[in-house]
Ligand binder design. Structure first.
Ligand SMILES: Nc1ncnc2c1ncn2[C@@H]1O[C@H](COP(=O)(O)OP(=O)(O)OP(=O)(O)O)[C@@H](O)[C@H]1O
Ligand SMILES: [Mg+2]
Length: 249
């Protein structure tokens, strides 16, 4: 579903000079797979996901989505992507249901499809009690559920989710995690970023450890446990970013 090759994005910052935010990243993610990008603050997760979602232009490298070169035909691949990021905008004066209708119309859906999909997302994301309240009256967890629903209204095969459970309470996080699992069952390709180790360990089929814009390691948790001799993903992660243990890349 998604392949990135040697993806690179450097920023020029007056104070810091050149920031190698993404520095030659290779990634592959299949339909029916949950793939996690794990990294410290500033590791390059959001930048990588923005490049993959064609929100940002890469300096070099390529992204193929469902067999289409995403940089050559961004308009062709956008309908296949649901992208959630911290800055996903919500209109404060609208209700979640109105937001879903608005983004459904932007995606070219007819009213019957919008109504059916909205009802389905509202039910599956546990949004019934606040679906008709204005967004400016909602809690941050309720807003996050609304953002996720808005990301998915066009039923894309590829979900790119930047820290989908950030700032959520344990019950809301679990609901989102359950929702992501369900998406996998329905054959979606899910690429997500997180720095919550236990969540990545529970949820992801494969994990890429990203550090300073580079992929240090890709594998399943079982692979990592064998390579590093640690059980905990925390310990594996620290060893991977410090370059200790494991087999040579
Ligand atoms: N528009 C920009 N201009 C300059 N530097 C940027 C820009 N966007 C990101 N960066 C820099 O690129 C690096 C990677 O940032 P990015 O947001 O991708 O990290 P992240 O892994 O998502 O971190 P976090 O866990 O804090 O969300 C950081 O050093 C950041 O300061
Ligand atoms: Mg980020």
């Amino acid at each position: 579903m998604l392949q990135a090759r040697q993806l690179t994005k450097h920023f020029t910052d007056k104070k810091r000079g050149t920031v190698r935010a993404v520095d030659g990243v290779d990634l592959e993610c299949k339909a029916g797979e949950i793939f996690g990008l794990l990294g410290l603050n500033g590791a390059g997760k959001t930048t990588t996901l923005r490049l993959l979602a064609t929100i940002l232009r890469a300096d070099s490298g390529s992204v193929m989505i469902d067999g289409v070169d995403a940089q050559v035909h961004p308009e062709k691949v956008r309908s296949k992507i649901g992208f959630l990021t911290g800055s996903t905008g919500l209109y404060l004066r609208l209700t979640p249901r109105e937001i879903l209708a608005y983004f459904g119309q932007l995606a070219g859906l007819d009213n019957a499809t919008i109504a059916r999909r909205s009802d389905d997302l509202i039910a599956r994301l546990g949004m019934k009690e606040f679906a008709d309240s204005r967004v400016d009256k909602l809690s941050s967890g309720q807003k996050q559920r609304t953002s996720i629903a808005r990301t998915l209204i066009h039923d894309p095969p590829l979900l790119i989710l930047d820290e989908p459970t950030i700032g959520l309470d344990v019950v809301t996080s679990r609901a989102i995690v359950e929702f992501i699992r369900e998406a996998r069952t329905r054959g979606k390709c899910v690429l997500l970023s997180t720095h919550i180790m236990h969540e990545a360990a529970k949820l992801c089929d494969r994990i890429a450890i990203l550090h300073a814009g580079r992929v240090r390691r890709v594998g399943t948790l079982a692979d990592f446990r064998t390579q590093y001799g640690h059980d905990d993903l925390d310990d594996i992660f620290v060893a991977a970013i410090e370059g200790n243990g494991g087999m040579a890349q």
